[in-house]
Every structure is written in C-alpha cells, then in structure tokens.
Design a protein around this ligand. Structure first.
Ligand code: ADP
Length: 651
C-alpha cells in the first residue's frame, strides 16, 4: 500500500517538474515569437508607409509630368478655341498667382540663354497690386533669385548633354569645370551609410523609373497679333497629354506679347518632354518658402525636380523646388495612419542619424537623399512585462496545482494510514471477540460437563456452578448485544424507542441485575437516585449504557482499595444525568477523547491485563448522542473516574 503510494507520488511530482520545465521553455519561445512578430509588424508598417508615400508621390509626379509645358509661362494661348473664334486673348498660366501646389514650390523655366522665367513674372510691376499680392510677388522674386544664385551655378555638369550644349552655346550657363558629364541626381559627394539593422525602402517615384519621355507633334501657327485662331492639335503620343499648341513663342511674357508677327504661316512642330530628374543643391535653405524656412534641409540641400523640354531645336528646363516641409508632412500623415498599437515614429534625415533607441529604422530612399523613419515602441519593455505576467500566471497555476497535488497526496497518505489502522483494529477486534466468546463458553462447557457427569457431590458447589454458568451466559449476551448494536449503528439500522418513563427505576433494575456479578468480583454498588419525575429515553439503550459502564468499572478498578461503585442520577433541567463512579486508576486526560473511539484500547497495563473489544464506550457515546446528549469523564476523589452520561430531557 505504502509502496504504491510512494510510486504514485514520485510519478506525479516528476510530471509536475516536467510540466514546469515545459512551461518555462514555452514562455521563452513565446517571448522570442513576440519579438519576432513585433519586428515583422514594424517591417510591415514601414512597407505600408513606403507604399503610401510612393503612391502619393506617384500621383503627384504623374500630375506634374502631365502638366502642359505652357503652364510654366506667365501667358499662354489656349489651344481649344473653336475655329472662327479668332478674337481670343492669351491667358494667364494656371500656376500664376501662387507659389505652392502639392509638393511643388515655385515653378520655373530656364531659358536656353540661362534666363529664368516663372508664371509670376512681371506682376510686381503692376500698379494695382493688392497688399496680399505684394507679399506673394516678393516671395516669387526671392524664389527666382534663389534659382539664379544657387541652382544655376550648381547645375554645371549635371544637365543632360544636349541641353547642356544648347545652354552653354547660348552663353547663359557657365560650362562645367570638369569635362565629364555628371549624371542627374544628387550633387553632393556624400554617400549614405546604411545601418546594418536598418531596412532600405527605395521610393521609385522620384527616381524617374516610371516616367517616360513624351514626344508629340502639333500644328504651329504664328499670328499677326495677340489673338489666336487655333486649330486642333494632333498629338502622336500620350493621348492624355493636352495638346499645348502654338507655343512657338514660348519663352516668356515678353515673347508672348511679341506674338504680333506680321506673317501667317502654319507648320508642324515636334515637342519632346523628358521625365523629371532630381537635382540637389547642397547647403542653402530647406524647401518651401525660402524667405521663411531657415531650418537646415533634411536632404542636405534644396531638392529641385527638372525636366528637359525640347520644342524643335529649342531646349528648355522646367521644374520646381520640392516642398520638403510638405513632403515630411505627407510622410508623417502616412506614418500616423499605419502606426499600430504601442508604436510611435520619428523622422530624421540621413541613414547615419538612426535613433539608437529606435526599435526599427526604415530608410526611405528618395534617390537624392535618405530619410530615416525611426519606428519605436512607446513602451520598449512591454514584451518583457507581458512575459513576466505570463510567468507569474503560469507559475502561480503550477504552485496551486502543486499545492492541490500535495494536499491530495497527504490526504491519500492519511486515508491509507487510517485504513491500515482500521484493518489492524478490526483484526484486533476479531481476535478480541473470539477471545471474549471463548472464555465464557469454556467455563460454561466445563461446569456443565462436571454437573452432567455428577462429579459435583456438594449441593452448594453445584449451585455455585449453576450461578457461574448463568453469569457467563449473561456476559456472553452482553458481548453479543454490544457487537450486534455496533453493527446496527454502523449500517444505520439501529432503531430507538424513546418513551417517557422512570429513569431511576431503569437504573435500579440494571444495578440489581449486575449486583451479583459485581459481588462476585468483590465490588459493592451504591445507587444515589435524584428525584426525577419523568424522563424520555430508550430503555434498552440506557440499560446497555449502565451495563457497559459497570462492566468497565468492575474490570478496570479491580485492583482498587475502595471497591465501591456509585451509580447516580441527576438532572439540570435540560439533561438527565447518569453517573457511574469507581475508584480505580481513572482515565488520564490525554486519553479522555480517544477512549470513545471504535476498537480503541490504550496500551495501559490495566487494559492489557483484561480482555475487551474496545466497543463498550464507543456504544455509550453513540447512545448518548442518540438522546441528543453527550458523555464526559470527571476525575473521582481520591482516585478513579466518573463517567457522566447526559440524556436530553426532550429528545
Ligand atoms: P474495552 O473495555 O472492551 O477495552 P471500552 O470501550 O469499554 O473497551 O473501553 C475502552 C478503554 O477505556 C478500555 O480499554 C480502558 O482502557 C479504558 N476504560 C474504560 N473504562 C474505564 C474505567 N472505569 N477505568 C479505567 N479505564 C477505563
């Protein structure tokens, strides 16, 4: 039994250890998984931002690429004039009167001679300028100056060959110091140093990837005065492209106003518009309004987007400055839209300015400069915290399971021990009962045999033997009665008959029944009845209670000097009390509760010398409880024990 329990305990504890180990490792793997998943989320967010920024730039670049080249001039002649509507004045460019639109700032055109014209030219000379317009044109003037002072000198060696030649031949732009042609793009020699842990996200839009050169032919007409008779243009390519006709005179308001050429001839011209290419002018102010923006550029200089426009043999450069502030705003807008829970971001220029605290650095590569998107955790320790919580939960559960298992095992051990003890007690009981039965039976058989064979000659002796036989039979009956009652109680079949009666009389009857037996053992029994009118009790149970208590007193006080047993009745109103007092060894305090247990027999000498089943007092207790009462032990004077049985007056 114990061996099995030990094996079971070891298996359960080993399983728990295994579970703890597995849990610990699972949590570790979970932590790694969380980190990986989070990194994946950062990468996904960075990619989403990149795609969104790319889409915005694509749309913007597409619009700008499709912008008619005439928009870059102050005036133009509308193309969609119905035939016969001859009296049509030239129109202002849609870009006139404003500097910003989308990501573009200050559109301009560079003439072959290096002259700069913008859609806002000449307006400052007007007398009727509104106060707000004055401000606008002041800024337009600054913008033009910025182009002349910074862009033109920096463009040496960067413009495409054909245009360069044309420009240089016109003497507008100084030829480059080096003979080699520098490719369009970043002028700065500075190269981006990308961090190993960073992801590079190239923005295709500004790398001229998808933009194609547009070439188309259209009819050109030269007019006598500043009016137009336009015929339908016929683009050969790029149907989406508006057919900006007639701008033979393109090149500036002065030229447009000089359209009154006194000749009228019609011919077809070829217009070629190349895709935009970026040019970064190192240093200088940031993009946007140069008068207001003093901060250093995040791309290390002003970013211009230029396109080469060729009308027959005329070469022009058209373009605008990239509004860096707007671009950053657009990126920030995309970033805040795609940011996931617990993330924040920061934008910083250049790959080498990656935030060391940043969880994830995505480098947005615009072709002319990098922008680092530092994606950060708002709470960098959240994974650690989550894992700590998980650990606490898991180990708390394990601790509870361990506690439950320990309690379960302890209870199993207790039950097993109790079971073993009970089995032991039952064995003892069986041997005790056998012994108890054998002793009176042997006596009865011996006496009856002697009487039967007429070996007893004396009449007195014969009478004594008969008395002994009766007493032994009574002892047998008491024993069998106890065993049967115990069995009935165990099986819940014990029936009580509570009747009102004279308890003193019942007590006296039992005493009289037991007196000869007591006398034989050298004891005298004294009764001290209290005046109790009536009590409700089960007569058989009360008989058995007194018989068992008297039997014990005779058995265990046999060595006492005072061999008087006192049987008392008392009442306190609530209980009817029956007391049996002897002057034997008494019951030690530590045993007073135990001796009422089933089969319990202490190892004391007085007990060892007597036979018994350990059932007597257990039955006394059960009978008392059946009367809603109790049993207690009081020490007698000078020695001995008083067993007090209390029976409730009303049961
Ligand atoms: P049994 O007498 O068969 O052993 P009981 O249940 O009647 O079983 O008694 C239990 C134990 O209580 C006895 O073994 C004995 O040690 C102790 N005991 C009972 N009555 C007395 C008494 N009057 N004096 C001393 N010890 C007693």
């Amino acid at each position: 039994m114990y061996k099995r329990l030990i094996i079971l305990s070891v298996i359960i504890l080993a399983a728990l250890c295994g579970l703890t180990w597995m849990g610990y490792h699972s949590i570790r793997i979970r932590a790694q998984g969380l980190q990986g998943a989070r990194l994946g989320e950062f990468a996904a967010v960075a990619e989403q931002i990149r795609q969104d920024v790319t889409r915005k730039l694509d749309e913007f670049m597409q619009t700008e690429q499709n912008r008619p080249y005439t928009d870059y001039q102050y005036y133009y002649v509308p193309e969609n004039v119905a035939p016969g509507q001859q009296q049509m004045p030239v129109l202002r460019s849609p870009l006139a009167g404003r500097l910003e639109q989308g990501l573009a700032y200050g559109n301009f055109q560079i003439e072959p001679d290096g002259g700069v014209i913008t859609p806002n030219d000449n307006v400052d000379q007007r007398q009727d300028l509104a106060e707000s317009d004055k401000d606008l044109y002041a800024k337009a003037g600054l913008n033009r100056k910025n182009i002349e002072d910074n862009l033109l000198p920096a463009m040496r060696g960067t413009v495409p060959g054909s245009l360069k030649m044309n420009l240089y031949s016109q003497g507008g732009i100084a030829p480059p110091a080096e003979s080699e042609t520098v490719q369009p793009g970043r002028l700065s020699k500075e190269t981006s140093q990308k961090s190993k842990s960073s992801q590079n996200y190239p923005i295709e839009s500004l790398q001229s990837k998808d933009l194609k050169t547009q070439v188309y032919r259209q009819r050109r007409e030269v007019f006598e005065q500043n009016v137009l008779s336009n015929t339908a243009a016929q683009p050969q390519q790029q149907q989406a492209q508006q057919t900006e006709a007639q701008i033979e005179q393109a090149g500036g308001p002065d030229r447009q106003q000089a359209a009154s050429i006194n000749e009228s001839q019609t011919e077809t011209v070829q217009v070629r518009i190349e895709p935009f290419f970026p040019v970064v002018v190192p240093g200088g102010q940031t993009s946007g309004d140069p008068a207001l923006q003093q901060a250093e550029s995040i791309f290390g200089g002003q970013v211009f987007l230029l396109r080469h426009v060729q009308i027959e043999d005329r070469h022009l450069l058209q373009g605008f400055q990239l509004n860096e502030t707007k671009l950053v705003e657009q990126i920030e807008e995309s970033a805040s839209r795609f940011m996931r829970e617990g993330m924040s971001f920061e934008l910083s220029p250049g790959a080498n300015t990656r935030d060391p605290q940043g969880t994830y650095a995505a480098i947005l590569n615009f072709g002319f400069g990098d922008l680092v998107l530092n994606l950060k955790e708002i709470d960098p320790g959240w994974i650690g915290k989550e894992i700590r919580h998980l650990r606490i939960w898991y180990f708390s559960i394990i601790a509870i399971v361990l506690l439950a298992v320990t309690l379960g095992l302890a209870s199993l051990w207790r039950n097993a021990t109790a079971q073993i003890r009970l089995t032991q007690k039952k064995d003892d009981f069986i041997s005790a009962v056998s012994h108890e039965l054998r002793t009176p039976l042997t006596s009865i058989r011996m006496y009856s045999e002697m009487l039967e064979k007429n070996w007893v000659k004396s009449q007195d002796k014969a009478a004594e033997y008969y008395t002994n036989m009766r007493q032994e039979s009574e002892r047998l009956s008491r024993l069998i009665e106890n065993v049967l009652d115990f069995s009935r109680i165990q099986r819940g079949r014990k029936k009580y008959a509570f009747n009102a009666g004279d308890i003193n009389k019942s007590v006296a009857d039992v005493v009289e029944m037991m007196r000869p037996y007591a006398l034989l053992k050298g004891f005298s029994i004294r009764t001290e009845p209290a005046p109790i009118e009536q009590a409700t009790f089960d007569a058989d149970a009360v008989t058995q209670i007194i018989v068992n208590l008297l039997d014990n007193a005779i058995k265990y006080a046999r060595g006492a000097e005072d061999k008087t047993i006192i049987v008392r009745t008392k009442t306190d109103g609530k209980f009817t009390l029956i007391e049996v007092e002897d002057h034997g060894p008494g019951i030690p305090h530590r045993q007073r509760n135990k001796i009422f247990g089933q089969f319990y027999r202490p190892a004391a000498e007085a007990t060892r010398e007597t036979t018994g089943t350990g059932l007597g007092l257990a039955l006394v207790k059960k009978f008392a409880e059946a009367h809603n009462g109790f049993v207690e032990i009081i020490s007698a004077k000078p020695t001995g024990a008083i067993f007090r049985v209390a029976l409730a007056t009303q049961t």
